[in-house]
Design a binder for this molecule. Structure first.
Ligand SMILES: [Zn+2]
Length: 157
């Protein structure tokens, strides 16, 4: 579990999905880091200004997903079951986030996901980022916000 202070420092980044774009190879980077993961170690040395802030669209596709029914990380007990997806953003980077606005049905031991219109949600489904409460910690009720992704509905795609 991340500490509240860490959340405070990364709040802006998490809230706005602000990453970086590599001016060397043009690819999006999320979360921001010192070295572009696409064009490797030497980029930073050759061009220290190679990475500029970049606002991601917040749209992407489900790359994989899994639903947690028990033994969640500390602090997440009251949220089970929940579904975590690896989302590939339109701009390329992948990130892990919870899916929201979905329902689950277990069939033959396999979790099937559906959007609010009852359409299946699976690998390849288009999703968009929304900002939601991730967890509320402690007696002072520190609330951690973060990104979750919800399926785009038919009328939006
Ligand atoms: Zn690069």
């Amino acid at each position: 579990m991340e500490s509240p202070s860490r959340h405070w420092r990364t709040k802006d980044q998490r809230y706005r999905l602000l990453g970086e774009k590599c001016l060397n190879c043009g690819k999006g980077i999320f979360p921001p880091r010192d070295v572009c993961p696409h064009c490797a170690e030497e980029t930073k040395a050759k061009n220290p200004e190679a990475q500029v802030p970049y606002q991601f669209s917040g749209k992407g596709k489900v790359y994989s997903h899994s639903t947690i029914y028990d033994a969640p990380p500390e602090g997440f007990e009251k949220y089970v079951p929940y579904t975590v997806a690896l989302v590939m953003l339109e701009e390329g980077p992948m990130l892990t986030a919870q899916l929201t606005d979905i329902t689950r049905k277990i069939s033959g031991g396999v979790t099937q996901l559906f959007n609010v219109e009852g359409e299946p949600v699976d690998i390849g489904t288009q999703v968009e980022m929304v900002t939601r409460v991730l967890s509320e910690d402690g007696p002072k009720g520190i609330i951690n916000y973060g990104h979750k992704f919800r399926p785009l509905l038919k009328r939006q795609t």
